[in-house]
Write a protein that binds this ligand. Structure first.
Ligand code: NAP
Length: 522
């Protein structure tokens, strides 16, 4: 049995007990085991704070960016191997695996490029300086400098490569050492990413450590200069937020959690497949339901369609979902893999049953199915599932329960932008709303009425049809995060994500000295 190792205090740690299995979700074969038993988390934090932190802070933004560039290259050079691990442990098809693996190398490369614009400096100047007295003898300038602590990253099971990389890119660029903890059930790909980066000798010692398995007492040892960035379910987020120690230490916490993302078809777009905007709506919605078997925080869960065309839209979606082949990604012709774990399958089946209290199944079974290329009764397969609830304002669990699988619900609405905004907002705060329209007036009304219910609004139109990557793509240039239930966090978005790991300081003194110290006005 292969045992995954943690990388802590400059060496690989193999536990002797407390193991959890990592399973191939297509075959249910056990691939490996993981545990963090025996790790001294106090020593791990000391190593980051005393070795990695000072090394990183001694570098400029541009020098740290060069490290990210090398990390990106090493992941790109081992792309095929990482895609294979993702298939084995996450059950991803090649395109689905690449969404994660190429997303990881791409995000690192993006932040490497961004670092060049930040230059050979160790403090970021923010805004203009301001005179505080009668003369320039007393002046203030805001700057951003690295926090002195450690960044602890707790990630979800669905993005073992991107989840690690998108957080690490921002923290390392800011100058904070990272302790990364993937979800145990799918840690295979993350472990290999770290192994490759460590073997290549890219980072200063202590800048990056890996925990496979539980966090032990790590979180109860975090202090006021540290950052905890969590991605996962809203339930776990709630437990972590309320940990007395984190509150007492006032550790900075960022949360990326559940999201009941919505796609809205506006009334100006006819259900005509010759319309580019409608074609984009269909393409995006089907991709969002089926990509990574719907196990994406940005996947669309609620589909708002004007009531007068709900039947035509339903028929078009059912036809496309009917062409999806669910099975073992290793088998010929499979276009959608299984759910990642037995627990995820159980949750999806229970969730689909709960949705059926207020919605009717119009495609799929809501239960486990056998997958192509997999033994009968084996594998965590769950086919594309479409439901329809007739009353969008009283759709119960449709607005409350994130079913983390290939599941979405049609909601007919009265074509008004005000209604659409109200219904979208019932999701309690989401990551992304996609709106399909060529009518700026209608979209403007929707935005003013409810745009703030999501962290990102993706506009699909005739003009964007050939370019838009799909509403589920969290690109590093644009904000990722959403209010309320989505966690209230902010990641990526260029410098927005880096600022999580920087401390804003108002430097006051004579203008000459302040500018010399901070580099302002240079
Ligand atoms: P999860 O069960 O909440 O677990 C997430 C992470 O938290 C895992 O690494 C898990 O470790 C760890 N964890 C759980 N309990 C913990 C505790 N008491 N102390 C410290 N760590 C703890 O979520 P998941 O099932 O992996 O992920 C699916 C969820 O993530 C979905 O709801 C999805 O919407 C959300 N998600 C959100 C985003 C976003 O950016 N907003 C992105 C991806 C996923 P173990 O595996 O070792 O238990």
């Amino acid at each position: 049995m292969r045992t995954l190792k943690s990388y802590v205090c400059g060496r690989w740690h193999e536990a002797a007990s407390g193991f959890a299995p990592l399973v191939n979700p297509s075959t249910e074969e056990i691939l490996a085991q993981a545990s963090s038993d025996g790790i001294d988390f106090g020593a791990v934090l000391d190593h980051a704070r005393e070795t990695g932190g000072p090394e990183l802070r001694s570098l400029t933004f541009a020098q740290r960016g060069a490290l990210l560039k090398d990390m990106s290259k090493v992941l790109r050079d081992h792309r095929d191997e990482l895609l294979d691990l993702s298939r084995q442990n996450n059950g991803t098809t090649k395109p689905d695996g690449s969404f994660d693996v190429d997303g990881a190398s791409g995000t690192l490369a993006y932040y490497a490029a961004l670092s060049k614009s930040l230059g050979d400096r160790r403090a970021l100047v923010e805004g203009e300086g301001v005179q505080l007295a009668r003369t320039e003898g007393f002046w203030a300038q805001h700057v951003l400098v690295p926090r002195r602590g450690v960044a602890v990253h707790v990630n979800a099971f669905n993005f073992p490569a991107w989840g690690f990389a998108e957080k690490a890119a921002c923290a390392l660029l800011a100058g904070m050492p990272v302790i990364t903890k993937p979800a145990t059930a799918t840690a295979l790909t993350t472990e290999r990413c770290i192994e490759l980066i460590v073997a290549a000798g890219i980072l200063p010692e202590g800048a990056l450590q890996l925990i496979v398995g539980g966090t032990g007492d790590l979180l109860d040892r975090l202090g006021p200069h540290d950052v905890l960035a969590f991605t996962g379910s809203a339930d776990t987020a709630r437990k972590l937020r309320h940990r007395p120690h984190l509150q007492k230490a006032n550790t900075r916490v960022n949360v990326e959690a559940d999201s009941l993302n919505a796609a809205v078809l506006a009334p100006d777009v006819e259900a005509d497949e010759a319309s580019p905007a409608f074609g984009l709506f269909l393409q995006d919605v089907v991709r969002e339901i089926t990509q990574k078997a719907g196990q994406k925080c940005t996947a669309v869960r609620r589909l708002l369609v004007p009531a007068d065309r709900i039947g035509a839209v339903q028929d078009a979606l059912v036809a496309r979902l009917g062409a999806v082949v669910t099975g073992d990604p290793a088998a010929e012709g499979v276009t959608m893999g299984p759910l990642a774990t037995a627990q995820q399958l159980k949750d999806a089946v229970e969730g689909a049953a709960e949705l059926q209290r207020t919605a009717t199944l119009v495609h799929g079974t809501g239960r486990r199915i056998d997958g192509r290329g997999a033994a009968a009764g084996k594998g965590f397969f769950f086919g594309p599932t479409l439901l329809r609830a007739e009353d969008p304002r009283h759709a119960g669990a449709v607005h409350e329960r994130e079913v983390f699988g290939p599941v979405a619900t049609l909601l007919p609405y009265d074509a008004s932008a005000v209604t659409a905004a109200e219904v979208v907002a019932q999701g309690g705060g989401i990551l992304v709303t996609s709106v399909y329209s060529n009518d700026a007036g209608w979209v403007g009304e929707f935005l003013a009425g409810g745009g703030g219910a999501a962290g990102r609004v993706y506009l699909g139109s005739d003009a964007s049809a050939g370019e838009a990557p799909g509403s589920g793509a969290a690109l590093p240039q644009a904000l990722h995060g959403g209010p309320g239930r989505a966690g209230g966090g902010e990641e990526l978005g260029g410098l927005v994500g880096v600022k999580l790991y920087l401390q804003r300081v108002a430097v006051q003194g004579s203008k000459t000295l302040v500018n010399e110290v901070t580099g302002a006005g240079a």
